[in-house]
Ligand binder design. Structure first.
Ligand SMILES: COc1ccc(/C(C)=C/C(=O)O)cc1
Ligand SMILES: [Zn+2]
Length: 258
């Protein structure tokens, strides 16, 4: 099979051939149906403590654009549904070619124009790769933020301003060391959906505690257009790099809000 992507000949409907878990019972993303979620008063707010990275890259890996430090620096996530500390690994984006599509998770069937994923790994593992392969839904914790078009996002601007430098697959650029990742997050990480799921790209491992925030972040139309200028591995606009929703099967989606 051609390397996986989101085109007709290598998109999500083909992924099961190399990754049979694609048809598993704990796959992501899902449609978050408010009538079927269950409030859990035991779900506390999350605490993300992000330390500025001195040597991170912003790269185009052919299927997304990704902020990737070269090593950990003590940036971590705790609280919420998590029993232990998770180390920050990377963040990346999924988006559409117009404002009616682009997010991976949906809310009552509605897609947002984009979705931002902060990927963290369970610190009881020796490495990120071990955490991916650790089995069970506690290997990774991924924070999902919907993006909607509105005011310019000043915290993401240092990243969206770098997009023209990573237009082509396989290119990367060093991120200025004064980039403040913490500023991307809302002040309080309170209202979220959480469920056990998977990576949304191959290898599709079912190792993810998903935490998807109810409140979207805003980005400007110009920032959305910057994403839409990115070219994928097949030389086409990368927009549409989202997996459609997967069956919930017998999983519960809990919320930290009523
Ligand atoms: C071991 O290779 C990996 C490839 C991708 C991923 C992620 C983090 C996928 C996703 O964001 O859905 C993890 C491991
Ligand atoms: Zn993602």
């Amino acid at each position: 099979m051609a390397p996986w992507g989101y085109e007709k000949d290598n998109g999500p409907a083909h992924w099961h051939k190399d990754c049979p878990i694609a048809n598993g019972k704990n796959q992501s993303p899902i449609d978050l149906i408010n009538g079927e979620v269950k409030y859990d008063s035991g779900l506390k707010p999350l605490t993300a403590k992000y330390v500025p990275f001195s040597d991170a890259k912003f790269l185009n890996n052919g299927h997304s654009v990704q902020f990737q430090p070269s090593a950990g620096n003590g940036s971590e996530l705790t609280g919420g549904p998590l029993a232990v500390k998770y180390n920050f690994e990377q963040f990346h984006f999924h988006w559409g070619n117009n404002d009616t599509e682009g997010s991976e998770h949906r809310v009552d069937g509605k897609m947002y124009p984009a979705e931002l994923h902060f990927v963290h790994w369970n610190s009881t593992n020796p490495s990120f790769k071990d955490a991916v392969g650790s089995g069970g839904p506690n290997g990774l914790a991924v924070l999902g933020f919907f993006l909607k078009v509105g005011a310019e996002n000043a915290a993401l601007k240092p990243i969206t301003d770098l997009i023209p430098k990573v237009k082509d697959a396989g290119t990367s650029v060093t991120v200025p060391s004064n980039f403040d990742m913490q500023a991307i997050l809302p002040a309080t990480l309170t209202d979220y959906y959480t469920y056990d799921g998977s990576l949304t790209t191959p290898p599709l491992a079912e190792c993810v505690k998903w935490i998807v925030f109810k409140q979207p972040l805003e980005v400007s139309a110009a920032q959305m257009e910057a994403f839409r200028s990115v070219i994928n591995r097949d030389g086409k606009p990368m927009g549409g790099n989202y997996r459609p929703p997967c069956p919930l099967h017998d999983r519960a989606v809990k919320t930290s809000f009523k």
